[in-house]
Design a protein around this ligand. Sequence first.
Ligand code: NAD
Ligand code: UD1
Length: 311
Amino acid sequence: MEWAGKRVFVTGGAGFIGSHLSAQLLSLGAHVTVIDDLSAGDMERVPNGVSIIEGCITDSASLSNGMQGCDAIFHLAAIASVPLCEADPAWSDKVNLQASLEIISTANCPVIFASSAAIYGEPVEIPITENHPITPVGYYGHQKAAIDATICSLGSQSTPASALRFFNVYGAGQDPSSQYSGVLSIFIERASTGGHITIFGDGEQTRDFIHVSDVVQALLLVGSSLLDDGVSSPAHASAFNICTGSPVTLNEVVEVISSQVGREVTVAYEDGRDGDIKHSSGDSTKLQSTFDWRPETSLTDGLSSLISQSN
Ligand code: NAD
Ligand code: UD1
């Protein structure tokens, strides 16, 4: 994988996944520029050596400033919270949909887009393959699905592009401060500080948690293939699930966390969240058979490392 000397533009690079990706690109010798409006990001997360544009992707001038002369674009900026998109669909339409379309239509280099398992909606078949029906619920899912579909329908005259459908990503640096943060970051923060965990519903819902380092590896492999082979890459105009294929229930997660912190963690059960999906479990065979990718970090190891960092 040859990233040394490449000029890479990362939208949402001050966010959870974007900052991990930027750090990895930097360590591989790439020249990295990040754009972030800091609505959910934190410049403290961005490693030294990365160029920063503090701006909004809906602002064409800021966007073209970052895209100018770059070799690849990782497009991760989004209003990543489902409830925030529901609260302001007009704004999330501008950010998640229209700005994404602008990036794809004006890019002169490969674009790797952060899609989401949310585009599948309530699954009709488990595990979810890329051929599962696209039946998103809510604005966030519909906006992600529209960009994902645009990429999948690109032809050979377009810019090379690919959509990676992330399942539930977790890892260091995921902000636990909001009730809508990723569930594992909230659970670990509560367990480590002696607070109680709240489970919405009966805790028997399943999620396919994928460690951020495996997500970054998938982004780099797909980006690398688009860089090398352009529209002839098997990743062009294609979408890939990024998941482990090993779902767990929230009750099981609490058991693992309890055993790792060395005491019983108190759990309060509350009503399920509106629009919550019961089961989510992906199949990443397509990515595994197209590229040499395997999820490397088990949930037990990932949780253990997060718990030791939070102590
Ligand atoms: P995040 O909120 O930590 O990162 C998104 C970043 O985009 C933030 O730093 C935010 O400030 C920035 N941003 C938002 N609106 C912007 C705008 N208008 N202009 C410029 N910057 C803007 O979220 P994340 O978990 O790192 O997610 C990254 C991407 O992956 C998102 O597109 C998200 O939808 C997608 N995704 C994440 C998950 C997950 O489990 N974390 C799952 C599926 C898909
Ligand atoms: C997540 C992503 C979303 C992505 C989708 C892909 C986050 C914050 N959201 O949504 O961007 O598109 O996966 O499939 O990463 N829960 C509790 N207690 C809590 C917090 C949550 O029980 O304190 C429950 C929720 O009700 C839900 C599960 O945990 O059943 C997971 O919630 P969450 O981490 O918010 O992720 P998703 O809703 O799956």
